[in-house]
Design a protein around this ligand. Structure first.
Ligand SMILES: [Mg+2]
Length: 422
């Protein structure tokens, strides 16, 4: 049948598939919170570089409460782990420098990071505050080899933003994400399907994406210790013990992931902003600090466009991927940060059970209009005008002197209260 064979649509499709093999990058900021803090401090002339000393981000130095959210490489050498209580970390390393969180700073760096990615990648999907997937398929003609493209992105971020990243390169999101987690920092790794047996299979099964402590324990009981054991295990048995998750991780262990890099259009959704947090949040104060920073950007954007919103909503995604949102209509349209924030706080308190760890927080506004009049409530007129003037002044100063020039009074008040109570 080979003689005189005419290429069929199937053949062409096959050839196309070969030509357009997907090329996916996973880009991950190294010790994001700590790096961003280090860069910010160096810019302000504060030495030493936090990345070169035992340092962590998390909690408050005076009260020594909270958990480690990010650590320097040196702190890691002392055995300090992300997610552990700061008191434990201090036992391992008594001269640890502890930096309180600053979500405004993280948010700003996150945006700058995403902007650079969008410069190089046709499609970018932000995955968390410090991670993104980029679909780089078909960019070889532009940048050369995948590794060369990754170097280009890495060097641009190093040069313009002064922090380091890891880039994982493969043909799907799962493999790219696994690859970026190999040796750190400032490294580029490939994990193409043909590299799976020697790069991924020898790893502990707990290292596989979506395998948490509970799943790892069950797998170990089944005699599965490495990712390779799982990949070559009996799917029926795995499914029997781990249900749907068993099937997913079995596919992952074999490098199979069918999800695409989504092109998320942030525009025209009204004015909103959300953050997938780098770790699960269970602390109300931390969640509220994140909410304030989201309200800041939403408010500033509304004001920049001369718009006001009549409806505020808060969205929470829990670490079990359950989504919840609440919204509330205002008595009068606003673009005042404090008003948006006060409402967001109420909605947040209604929504959250104060137990389930939070993975994503979002604030959005709708029923946006440019009407410049406000149906004044007689009693709040004076207060509103003051707040409006305050926001306008803040926006101007920030535009002129940078985001850091002014800090919300609430941050300062919080600090004062902590001092007084502590
Ligand atoms: Mg990271």
């Amino acid at each position: 049948m080979c003689v005189g064979h005419q290429p069929s649509a199937g053949d062409i499709r096959k050839e196309r598939t070969v030509i357009s093999t997907p090329l996916i990058f996973h880009i991950d900021v190294n010790s994001a919170y700590l790096s961003w803090e280090a860069v910010d401090r160096l810019k302000k002339g504060n030495s030493p570089d936090l990345r070169t000393i035992p340092a962590i981000v998390g909690g408050d130095q005076d009260k020594r409460h909270g958990v480690v959210l990010a650590k320097s490489g040196i702190a890691k050498k002392y055995g300090v782990k992300t997610g552990e209580p700061i008191v434990h970390a201090l036992k391992k390393c008594p001269n640890l420098t502890i930096i309180p969180t600053n979500f405004e700073l993280y948010h700003r760096n996150s945006q700058a990071f995403m902007e650079i990615l969008r410069r190089y990648a046709p499609v970018v999907e932000q995955y968390s505050i410090d991670e993104a997937f980029a679909d780089m398929s078909g960019t070889e003609k532009l940048y050369g080899s995948p590794t060369r493209a990754a170097e280009l992105i890495r060097d641009t971020i190093n040069r313009e933003l002064a922090f380091t990243i890891n880039v994982g390169i493969s043909t799907n999101k799962l493999l790219a994400k696994m690859a970026s987690d190999f040796e750190k920092p400032n490294k580029i790794h490939t994990l193409f399907p043909e590299e799976i047996p020697f790069k991924m299979w020898p790893l502990d099964v707990g290292e596989l994406f979506f395998v948490g402590d509970a799943a790892k324990k069950k797998l170990n009981e089944l005699g599965i210790y490495t990712i390779g054991d799982l990949a070559n295990g009996d799917l029926n048995m795995i499914r029997m013990h781990l249900k749907k998750q068993g099937e997913v991780i079995y596919n992952y262990a074999n490098g199979i992931d069918i999800s695409d890099v989504l092109h998320k259009e942030p525009a025209n959704k009204g004015y909103g902003n959300s953050i997938t947090l780098a770790h699960d949040v269970t602390d109300a104060d931390e969640a509220k600090a994140v909410l304030l920073s989201l309200c800041e950007t939403v408010g500033a954007r509304l004001r920049a466009d001369g718009m006001k919103a009549n409806c505020v909503s808060v969205q929470i995604t829990y670490n079990n991927f359950v989504n919840r949102s609440h919204q509330c209509t205002l008595s009068a349209s606003t673009n005042v940060t404090t008003e948006i924030y006060d409402l967001a706080l109420q909605l947040f308190d209604q929504l959250w059970d104060r137990r389930t760890p939070i993975r994503l927080l979002g604030v959005s506004t709708s029923r946006v209009s440019s009407e410049s009049y406000r149906q004044y409530n007689l009693f709040d007129t004076e207060k509103y005008e003051k707040l409006e003037k305050l926001d306008t002044a803040v926006d101007k100063i920030r535009k002129k002197y940078g985001e850091d020039a002014i800090k919300r009074a609430r941050f300062l008040e919080d600090k004062k209260e902590e001092k007084e109570s502590g």
